[in-house]
Write a protein that binds this ligand. Structure first.
Ligand code: XIL
Length: 375
């Protein structure tokens, strides 16, 4: 029986979990016995995916086998960020992104393009453009070029990444640097319309972080996001999905299931779908002991996903990496405060560096299995 055809019941999945992860018995993790995350998710109408890098495709090792086994969709980790692919106006290097998109189609995987705009990866030359008109033109040309190149090949496009930042003090709550300041607040509307024009079939996503926990800053961001989404919907701007990154962190902030639940329910009531777009867990504050640490990380996955997947509008889950072998946290590309200080390696993802499933995998499998059918 093909893996895709096998649809375990919730009871079967949970029984498998109890036999395996909970008792720490590694044999229960043998790939043959373990239901693939993509299949557990697909049986509920949920798309499960993870990041990929062109170098990982070139390496073509056992990690890639795991990706093919577990994922129904891939997202470009870095290969489409404007500042990474465009050193001069109109001059693009699409080699990495092409390799990823080709790999996805050769393996029947859906693609999510990440990301057309992100303040943090904007080319230097864009920052130096002389005025708003030139910046607006450059932004529109960029979206037309990139979304146009992959027209019909992206299931989802992250159109704008991290556009909201109330702490910047603008009355509209938009992140100041760089697009709102350089072009004006209407850049958001223009970007989504331009993405729609360039690729009529991609689902268009607005991606944010800093809404997962219970802090004053998270409260403010949630409020401002709702305000913007309401307006964008009212004015016919094609925002179809709100992406919640889900970079979770042990011990950093309190968590309120109620606030998160209310927030995504309000978004869903606007007719906007929800995606978890970049799930991983910073374990810097967790104990060094691996078994205890993995359990704490798994608990963080569970309580977040419990809320997120309880909402039927959540139809997409991406982790930001699949195995601890390839993670921006392990590579120390995230903030210094997220690095472990005891000399041990971080363990943020569902599979360990040897590609064995961890308790975080069990949380993910269990919450996906417990989700209601979306179709
Ligand atoms: C990260 C990548 O994972 C790193 O490899 C890179 O050095 C920096 O960017 N939020 C996002 C992602 O939306 O694009 C970021 O990805 C992680 C935080």
């Amino acid at each position: 029986m093909a893996a895709e055809d096998y649809r375990p019941s919730r009871r079967q999945v949970l029984a498998g979990l109890a036999a395996g992860v909970m008792t720490g018995c590694p044999s229960a993790f043998a790939a043959g016995d373990r239901e693939a995350l993509r299949a557990i998710a697909a049986a509920r109408g949920i798309l499960f995916g993870s990041t990929i890098a062109a170098a990982q495709i070139r390496a073509d090792d056992d990690f890639l086998d795991l990706v093919r086994r577990e994922c129904a969709a891939l997202v470009t980790e870095n290969e489409l960020k404007w500042g990474n692919i465009c050193d001069a106006p109109g001059e693009y290097d699409f080699a990495g992104a092409d390799a990823i998109v080709d790999f996805a189609s050769a393996n029947g995987l859906a693609m999510r393009g990440h990301t057309l705009l992100w303040y943090y990866r904007t080319p230097r030359w864009f920052r130096e453009l002389p005025n708003a008109a030139a910046a607006e033109r450059a932004m529109l040309d960029h979206i037309a070029a990139v979304a146009g190149r992959y027209r019909g090949r992206m299931r989802i496009w992250d159109v704008v990444n991290e556009p909201i930042e109330p702490a910047h003090g603008r009355a509209d709550g938009l992140r100041g640097a760089i697009f709102a300041d350089k072009i004006g607040p209407h850049y958001l509307d223009l970007a989504f319309h331009a993405a729609r024009d360039a690729d009529p079939t991609a689902r268009l996503l607005l991606n944010e972080y800093g809404v997962e926990y219970d802090s004053v800053a998270d409260d403010a961001k949630r409020r401002v996001i709702l305000r913007h989404l309401e307006r964008l919907k009212r004015e016919g701007v094609p925002v179809e999905i709100l992406g919640i990154q889900g970079h979770l962190e042990i011990g950093a902030k309190p968590f309120s299931a109620r606030k998160l639940r209310d927030f995504i329910a309000t978004v869903a009531a606007m007719g906007i779908e929800i995606a978890v777009t970049e799930l991983d867990v910073v374990d810097a504050a967790a104990p060094g002991d691996i078994a205890r640490r993995d359990q704490i990380v798994a608990d963080e996955y569970r309580r977040f996903l419990e809320v997120m997947l309880d909402e039927p509008a959540t139809r997409t889950v991406f982790t930001w990496g699949l195995s601890d072998r390839h993670s921006w946290i392990v590579r120390h590309e995230s903030g210094e405060n997220t690095w472990r200080t005891d000399g041990t390696v971080s363990r943020p993802l569902p599979f360990d560096a040897a590609l064995a499933p961890k308790p975080a995998w069990a949380s993910l499998a269990e919450r996906l299995a417990g989700a209601s059918r979306r179709f």
